[in-house]
Design a protein. Structure first.
Lengths: 102, 169, 628
């Protein structure tokens, strides 16, 4: 049915991944950073689906399920940490949390 | 359905760019939802209908709602340090931009070195996914369930109210 | 009956555990401490009775206890082995041990460490009985180290005094030299025999250790090293005189009657190995002869009563080694048994004497105690008579005569070894009566109100009875055909193979040795009784004084070791006090600290930096993948 070349799908995935990375490295708001991580995970999922579709395997979609599971677990813990952080420091600035500086 | 892929892909990229450049968290979040919807469309165009549905339900639905809850709880609008330190200053973006650009180019080069892949064959229907999920990947499913449990316990522990008195982070 | 064999070592062990873990009153401590050994003695006696009445098949009974190690090729089955040799040992050890425990209830009564003392003593009994009953060398070695540990603990019993702690350490370290040789010998035997079961080794020895091969003399030589250390023979004898720092019952039990004879037992136990190596067996005889002379002359010049007895112990064990060396196995064990009785008697009596003399151990400051403590005098006199081997009435005479007869007639003995033994016998007679005369006669120098209690009297009385009477179970053939002992032991140990003794020669030897002994007593009486001023006058001569000092210092072995082993070692320790090797480790520490300081700068605490560094790593990795 679909006739998109696999390369195009992977290029899209790489683009999204790079954008997420830029955001992760440049934003200091910790919620933005978490969102950027989600973008990058999503890009990885896209790469899996592209590969799976190319070979007609179900494995790509199964990886999506695992990635979703992981993202859900990560977000729940990450957001809980953000709550704690904000409650104690009254800031969302990730640079402010540098008490472990060597 | 080529056009579906390319249009959705373009929307996804634009929405993602919008996400990382917003100064308001809620704006960024809404663009992220758009980006996720677009990626779901891309999945659909690649013949992965099941993945597309999961993307919308779990990612755009459940996880994003979680974000919104937290943003509402925290009300971070009062303080916007990214804005105060010139959100779009070159100094802030230059290094991450270069790093990401190099990575992007490298990925493309890896792609270019690979074997020409040809075109897609058949779509993968949800039945196949289900069969292999509870066949060869059963152990992975069990591990994923454990991971979720760990996430649940962790979130419950960290989100609980008992640390709040005299907490020192 | 034989099934109860395991109780013999287990009962003292149980006593030890009770004494360690339970809080008991003084009477209860005595009950447990003495009771466990008494029960053990009864079991041993019952076993002994049935052994004589209805011997087991082959005169050997083996009781496997449990399998300690079972890893395919290596199997160590812990078992007990009862034959006439180990039966003799357990009978003597439990019986003498029981009497000494009984004595200790009174002797140690005022000591704050009463329970600790009995706990150690019971542990010692358990270890010693394990040692003699073990059917394999690993088990034997456990007992061997166990008695070494108890010796250490009991020499240092009054550890708050530095001198005692040093003596304990010295004993432990010096015996360790021998034990190391013993352990190496065990490894060697296991390597070649594939087993450490004593009987299997003895059976296989002629095949696996062909006569004249290197291995055939290395293995017994290493065992001999262990025996020399434990039995305080030359050149490792220096620890025993210092070991007298422990309580007197300890000296009697461990350092006279039982533990120090473990080396004799070991050699008798593994006799096949020694007969397969004539040179090693000759070395045993030479060590015995040299030791008995060195120790006898040292005993002659001691001022301290207990040290004199310690040297005499070394000397008597030298006789046993001499007997082993010429193949007179049963004579050696006979002397072990009589020596256990009379030396325990002498030590216990010495304990009473020292009590009576207000803890004065210098014989020259005693004197005239004969009238004050007549009972102690008589038992000490009997002990000294046995030690001196007064003819025909003492057990010491019969056992020593047996040894000298066999040294004379054995193909492995000879005139020189025999002469050493005879000279030793003369000196022994002199120093035995020197002790008696110095302590009990002469001018009274101390006042005493000491009266021995019932426990002391019973223990000493029974020991005195056995010291006199035990000899009559084995008489020379020319006097009467009473040879219970050697017939009993020949079920396990090979019979003596010396040339058939000519009766006339035998009589001549016997009478000659008797005359020598009596001459020794006469000399002692003349020098120390009739002319008490004579020793002092002799010492005015420069050469005599030099010899006297040389002997008194134990032939300078201690000084030699201090000068050539201890001091060089201490010197090494001193120049290495900065620890050369430690500098290396210090460098490692310094480097890692520096690197740590460097790396800690990368710990900015900023999540974004970490992410950037990770991305940098990924960029480099993928870049390498792309470019290469």
């Amino acid at each position: 049915m679909a006739t998109v070349p696999m390369e195009h799908g992977l290029i899209l995935a790489a683009t999204l991944f790079a954008l997420g990375l830029v955001g992760l490295l440049s934003r200091r708001n910790i919620i933005f950073m978490l969102m950027c991580v989600e973008i990058m995970l999503n890009a990885a999922a896209l790469a899996f689906v592209t590969g799976g579709a190319r070979w007609g395997h179900a494995d790509g979609q199964i990886m999506i399920i695992f990635i979703l599971t992981m993202a859900a677990a990560e977000v729940s813990v990450g957001l809980a940490l953000i709550l704690r952080l904000y409650n104690s420091l009254k800031t969302m600035n990730s640079d402010a949390v540098s008490g472990m500086r060597g | 359905m080529n056009w579906l892929f390319y249009i959705s892909g373009l929307i996804a990229v634009i929405a993602t760019v919008m996400v990382i450049t917003r100064s308001q968290v809620v704006h960024g979040l809404l663009y992220l939802v758009v980006s996720l919807f677009a990626v779901a469309m891309v999945f659909l165009s690649l013949g992965a209908a099941f993945a597309a549905a999961l993307e919308i339900i779990v990612y755009a639905g459940a996880i994003m709602v979680l974000f919104i809850f937290v943003i509402m709880l925290l009300n971070p609008g009062a303080e916007d340090f990214d804005h105060a330190t010139k959100l779009f200053a070159v100094r802030v973006w230059i290094l991450p931009g270069i790093l990401s650009a190099i990575l992007f180019v490298e990925l493309l080069m890896v792609l270019a070195k690979g074997v020409p892949a040809g075109l897609h064959s058949a779509a993968v229907n949800p039945k196949d996914v289900g069969l292999s999920l509870f066949g060869p990947y059963l152990l992975g499913v069990e591990l994923a369930s454990l991971l979720l449990l760990a996430g649940l316990v962790g979130a419950y522990h960290l989100g609980g109210r008992r640390f709040e008195q005299g907490e020192n982070l | 009956m034989y099934k109860t064999l395991w109780l013999v070592p287990a009962l003292p062990m149980l006593g030890f555990l009770i004494l360690v873990f339970a809080r008991l009153t003084k009477n209860q401590v005595a009950m447990v401490g003495v009771g466990s050994v008494a029960l053990s003695t009864m079991v041993a006696a019952a076993i002994g009775w049935s052994f004589i009445a209805s011997p087991p098949v082959g005169s050997t009974y083996v009781q496997p206890l449990w399998s300690w190690v079972d890893t395919g090729a290596f199997q160590a089955v812990m078992g007990l082995r009862l034959d006439s040799l180990s039966l003799l040992m357990i009978l003597v050890v439990t019986f003498v041990g029981f009497l000494i425990h009984l004595y200790s209830t009174e002797y140690m009564a005022g000591d704050p460490g009463y329970a600790r003392f009995f706990a150690y003593m019971n542990l010692f009994m358990a270890s010693m009985l394990t040692l003699v009953l073990a059917d394999n060398l690993v088990f034997l070695y456990i007992g061997w180290e166990g008695v070494g540990l108890c010796s250490f603990l009991l020499i240092g019993f009054w550890y708050s005094e530095r001198k005692n702690a040093r003596a304990a350490m010295k004993a432990f370290l010096i015996t360790r030299i021998g034990d190391t040789a013993f352990a190496v010998g065990l490894f060697l035997l296991y390597f070649h025999f594939g087993t450490l079961n004593i009987q299997s080794i003895l059976d296989a020895a002629p095949a696996i250790l062909p006569a004249g091969s290197m291995l055939a003399w290395i293995a017994p030589a290493l065992l001999l090293g262990g025996a020399v250390g434990k039995s305080a023979q030359t050149p490792l004898q220096t620890w025993l005189p210092d070991a007298m720092a422990g309580p007197t019952p300890v000296s009697a039990l461990i350092h006279a009657a039982t533990m120090v004879t473990a080396g004799v037992y070991l050699i008798a136990r593994t006799h096949t190995l020694f007969t397969g190596a004539p040179w090693v067996q000759f070395a045993v005889a030479v060590i015995g002869a040299v030791t008995l002379l060195i120790a006898a002359t040292s005993a002659l010049t001691q001022r301290d009563l207990k040290r004199a007895l310690a040297y005499s112990t070394i000397s008597q064990i030298g006789y046993m080694f001499l007997a082993l060396g010429v193949g007179a196995w049963s004579a050696a064990m006979f002397h072990f048994a009589t020596h256990a009785f009379f030396k325990a008697l002498l030590f216990l009596a010495a304990g009473a004497i020292i009590n009576a003399a207000h803890h004065e151990q210098d014989m020259f400051k005693m004197g005239g105690l004969y009238k004050k403590i007549p009972f102690i005098f008589w038992v000490f006199f009997i002990g000294a008579a046995c030690l001196a081997a007064i003819p025909f009435v003492t057990s010491g005479f019969y056992s020593k005569d047996a040894i000298l007869q066999m040294v004379w007639s054995s193909s492995k003995g000879g005139l020189i070894l025999w002469l050493c033994g005879v000279v030793g016998a003369f000196i022994t007679a002199v120093y035995s009566f020197r002790m008696v005369l110095l302590v009990f006669f002469g001018k009274p120098q101390t006042q005493t109100a000491y009266r021995p209690g019932p426990a002391v009297k019973i223990a000493l009385g029974v020991l005195a009875f056995f010291s006199l009477g035990f000899g009559y179970i084995q008489l020379p053939e020319i006097i009467a055909n009473v040879q219970f002992f050697s017939h009993f032991l020949e079920r396990t140990l090979p019979a003596f193979w010396g040339s058939v003794p000519n009766h006339a020669v035998e009589w001549a030897l016997l009478i000659f040795v008797s005359l020598v002994t009596i001459a020794g007593v006469g000399v002692a009486a003349r020098v120390y009784y009739q002319e008490p001023a004579l020793p002092a006058r002799l010492l005015e001569n420069r050469y005599a004084a030099a010899i006297h000092n040389f002997w008194e210092e134990g032939w300078g072995f201690d000084a030699f070791y201090t000068r050539f082993i201890v001091n060089p070692f201490l010197w090494l320790v001193r120049i290495n006090s900065g620890d050369v090797v430690n500098v290396l480790y210090w460098l490692i520490e310094f480097l890692s600290e520096r690197i740590n300081i460097l790396l800690s700068h990368t710990q900015t605490g900023k999540t974004r930096t970490y992410a950037a560094v990770m991305v940098g790593g990924a960029v480099i990795t993928i870049g390498l993948l792309v470019l290469l």
